[in-house]
Design a protein around this ligand. Structure first.
Ligand code: ADP
Length: 492
């Protein structure tokens, strides 16, 4: 099959969060099964260009539109980690992707609406015939209605459109005039059966457009599937119930995230020698972050500091860990100025405490070292569609301490849960999103940590569990096949 992903992020060259890892992991896993896979991304100025190979102009003069105005673009081809990339560069007066960042501009909706139209224009003009166009979240969801309403009538055809919802929190709400800039008559789409936002009837909802017009919908874990279909899920729940969405658990790329061969680690280890591996990586991490040596548990939090991730609980975990003579490393960035300011103030306040370290920037290599060094990783999220940090943590011998929600419930199994089989147990879960519950759970974990024999068994068991893409890839391929084979489409 010929599969084209159109996305706003891709690990490790343009990553904000898990979406980037998922596009990378799924593309690699499907390519490894022999499918032809391409990924189209904006050519951000912030791409990690040294990681690209063979970057060259591939389609020099692509003309697309911004409202009535023709706009010139160049599509570049490149390779990243064996993946085939196409990078769309608009020569637009607003420097759409030259902002030093992926998201967080006032005109994000316009930037990605422009990108969506230009991607379809490229596929159409270049004569490509993908079996599957796979879209990811609101930034590229508009491609589904554009394809059905504009490009099929123009004579372009693809086998099917798949939309994966990684996170319902952001839906791309905008005025009808915004989508008119992509060539659709905005007012016409302000209808309940099209793209009208269910809660704000004067607004267009880009994610809803993707839901209504795609051929298949997936989300990133079985529990998140239930959550988005539930009444409290979002105002799109009734629509999702009608459209049928399938929750497929994300995997992690088991070559990229491999403690026994990770090129970003200077000391490798597996489940058989993790004790030594932890000790060496801890020393390196502590040296790098100016921490002292300690026999206490080393707890890490590696997350975007946004309300979803419960920054207030991350802070209480930090304070509780210090109180219990553990060490805490926080690696995180916040796009929200107040949260950023708050953590910078806390960092200053604790600057003399050699048991705590803050790194309030994005640093891929440091995150790998922190996973390798940590005894535990805390993930207290208010909601978590899938979450990758717990799976990465398990693979690097760090025990997850997580809130029982979304994909965390599908991957973390509490050591004290009598309903869970012994071989599945791999971490600690708590229900209520309160500092008290989290502290109690940290105390359970610290007590377990003190019993070296029990701890060794728990860590080794977690490291051996399989959270690779293997199972999930075949679930995606089954969906792709339905649309790439016309006979099967008739049978649906
Ligand atoms: P989300 O997609 O909601 O951010 P996930 O758990 O699915 O959450 O994925 C987060 C990914 O981003 C993980 O690979 C994590 O290691 C990484 N990450 C988050 N913050 C940072 C940071 N400051 N530096 C490096 N990696 C980070």
């Amino acid at each position: 099959m010929y599969i084209v992903h159109i996305a706003s992020e891709l690990a490790p060259i343009a990553k904000v969060g898990g979406l980037a890892d998922v596009v990378y992991g799924l593309a690699k896993a499907t390519a490894a099964e022999g499918h032809q896979v391409e990924i189209i991304l904006p050519k951000y100025d912030s791409i990690r260009y040294p990681l690209l190979q063979n970057l060259q102009p591939h389609f020099r003069d692509l003309w697309s539109f911004d409202g009535p105005y023709p706009c010139h673009n160049t599509v570049w081809s490149a390779k990243s980690d064996g993946l085939n990339l196409l990078l769309l560069e608009p020569h637009h007066t607003n420097y759409l992707f030259g902002r030093g960042r992926i998201y967080g501009c006032n005109d994000d909706v316009d930037r990605f609406i422009y990108f969506s139209r230009a991607c379809l224009e490229y596929l159409f003009k270049s004569g490509k015939k993908p079996d599957i166009i796979h879209l990811h979240d609101w930034p590229t969801a508009l491609i589904a209605p554009l394809y059905k309403e504009m490009y099929i009538p123009l004579g372009f055809s693809a086998g099917g459109i798949v939309l994966t919802i990684h996170n319902m929190e952001h839906q791309g709400k905008c005025a009808p005039a915004n989508i008119s800039r992509a060539g659709l008559r905005g007012e016409e789409y302000l209808a309940a059966e099209k793209m009208q936002d269910p809660s704000h009837p004067l607004l267009i909802n880009l994610l809803k457009g993707g839901i209504v017009y795609s051929d298949a919908l997936t989300t990133v874990s079985p529990t998140y599937e239930k959550e988005v279909l539930s009444e409290g899920g979002s105002s799109l729940a009734p629509l999702l119930k009608k459209q049928k969405i399938k929750g497929i658990l994300n995997g992690i790329d088991s070559n990229y995230w491999n403690s026994s061969s990770d090129p970003l680690l200077s000391y490798h280890f597996g489940s058989e020698n993790f004790f030594r591996g932890k000790a060496v990586n801890k020393t390196e991490l502590r040296k790098r972050l100016g921490m002292k040596e300690s026999a206490g548990p080393l707890v890490a939090a590696i997350a975007r500091l946004v309300p979803q991730k419960a920054p207030e609980l991350i802070e209480s975990a930090l304070l509780h860990t210090l109180e219990k003579e553990g060490q805490f490393v926080l690696i995180g960035t916040s796009p929200i100025p107040e949260i950023d300011k708050h953590f910078r103030a806390l960092q200053k306040q604790l600057s003399r405490n050699k048991n705590a370290a803050f790194f309030l920037e994005y640093d891929e290599a440091l995150s790998h070292l922190a996973f390798a060094a940590a005894d535990m990783v805390v993930i207290p999220s208010h909601f978590e569609p899938c979450g990758l940090t717990q799976m990465i943590a398990l693979r690097y011998g760090a025990v997850p301490i997580a809130r029982a929600t979304g994909g965390l419930l599908d991957t973390v199994f509490d050591v004290d849960d009598p309903k869970v089989s012994q071989e599945k147990k791999n971490g600690f879960l708590f229900e209520a999103p309160t500092a008290e519950e989290l502290s109690k759970t940290l105390d359970r974990a610290f007590a377990y940590f003190k019993n070296q024999g029990k701890w060794e068994l728990l860590v080794a068991q977690g490291m051996k569990q399989d959270y690779s893409w293997a199972k999930s890839t075949s679930a995606y391929i089954d969906i792709y096949k339905k649309f790439s084979n016309p006979k099967m489409v008739l049978a649906i």
